[in-house]
Design a protein around this ligand. Sequence first.
Ligand SMILES: [Zn+2]
Length: 637
Amino acid sequence: MNRKVIILLLILTVRAATAYAWLYPEHREITLKAIVKLDSGRRFLFEQLWNSARKGKEGRLTIGAIDPGQIGLPTLLDYTAWPAIAGDHSTSSENMMYNILQTEWILKVADIAARLQNGLDEARNQSERVNRMRDSDIKLLRADPEYVSRAGGNNGHFLMALPDVNITAPEYFAKCFEKGCELNTIGIYTWFHISAIRKAACLHSQRLTSEQRSAYALSALADEAFALHFLEDSFTSGHIAGIWGDASQRKGTHDYYNEKGLEITTWQGVRMVLMGDAYMRPEDADHAAEAVLKSLTQFLDAAAGKMDETMFPAPCSFAAPDTFNVSKAKYMPLREVQEGELQLCREILLLTPIPGLATGWGELPRFRSELGPFIGIASAVRGGWYNGGFADYQTTSGVVAGLELALRLGLGMEGVLNESGDGLVFLDLGWRIDGASSMRFDDEPAIKNFGAFSAAIPSRDAYFLRLRMPFFLIPGDILIAGPILYLTSPKTFNKMVVAAGNGGLIPWQSGIRTPIGRFQFVIGREVGICMYGTGNGPDAFLMTVDQDTKDQAVFSLYTTQFDFPILEYRPMRNFSSGQSASLVFQFYGGFDIPGKRTSVYPSDYPLPDVKTTWFAGLRMSFDWRYYFSGRKNSPTR
Ligand SMILES: [Zn+2]
């Protein structure tokens, strides 16, 4: 494989590993739950602010701040959509407002999200949920091509791991916000919430024209929505637990705790179990909504002038949404804030969960996902039905069984977006041995008594290559078009590889999860090439050379066999902490082409006519993989 392609695939896997936390509909649900709990006075003020912000944007924003019944293709967006768009479909508060007000694709995103919500509500079991999320992810990628790359190479949607059990809440919050700290949910929330309350306070303290008022209201609401996204993310189990290790560990740990949940204690000492993104239960939404409600309350009190105004820097100078780009930055930048503002944030952050400890004694168990470069061993048992032997006259079909052993070098992009994806790329270098065929070299009844000695295809061994790679439209296209595309249009390349991992342009190769395991069509993704005769020299075949006299002779023959897995079945995936092992059943088909032939005994016999044989069969493969871990993103103590 081209080295450049490998490096690119690597970059991509690491990128894709950064997960966004709650899904769009989950964010909406949390925000909605919080808004409806506002007391009537604040709720009234909230609607007033919304009205003011909506001036001139009536074509895009709903009449009321919330519109819970959004189904089908929406033409208007309500406030609960804003925190869902923040972070995942935009990079800053400013960029979020641009996308909400100026783009058409954002409506498609909202539509896909609404359909996903309906789909998840109607899903009868976990497998259906997973399949619906897969469909939704594929659609999201089309509507918003930057969806995957936007998460960037940072941990913005994760909580910073706890450096020490003795750290106090104020110390931890300060650490998350200080300059140079890796981006994290608490730091980003603090940043945008301060921006929001400052602007909200200006609404009360300044004499504003109606236009200025509208601009302040819009930008204050935008900053608060952007902040809320990250406050909400602080309540997903996979993001409380999933920050350590290399890309493969981060993704695996994230997936594990999202699905299995985590027992946590908030900084206030309340204990609870939280589930993660895509697995949110009503009680998880309630816990997150409680913090969101408190944040909104504070925001509205600032707008109502109920706060000590000396707390905020004067004078009010910017009536535009915040521009801090959380997709581009890796570390928290320096920001001058007042102690009083930090105190306000602390009051809300006390409701958030205490994250897991950083690497060291007492750390939470972590898990791997199929991500990054690996080395492994693959073994397989196979049994196939052949339509005949190699000699032209050998038309009786039969069975051949075989064993394989291979060294596997690969790169995992598994679950590029979720576990329905398959981004496995590998090359096997192996050796296989086949038993003698069940059909004989001649149909003569007497010959049957000779056992394996009289097989049409003798027991043979071969070296083989096996290559697997997802494709976009036609098999192998990534290998060929990838390097060119990367140089000319990296974004297109990115999109192509992610789409390939998720089942291709026409996603007929997406994994289908069922209660008994995962099925996937894999035609064109994988090919095995077996070279018979390359190990111990060509194999000797006994053939009848004259059908009348039944004269027999021995010939040697090289053959090359191609097999193509068609349908694949994997029992449920399990989470492992170090190496990964898996069992796969493949239905395959293929052909075996005869090559150079020589007469062996008698040595001067004319060479027989030969033909290609066809076969189909079942292969059970067990493989063990060791993923190389770099441990580069591990916070240590
Ligand atoms: Zn997020």
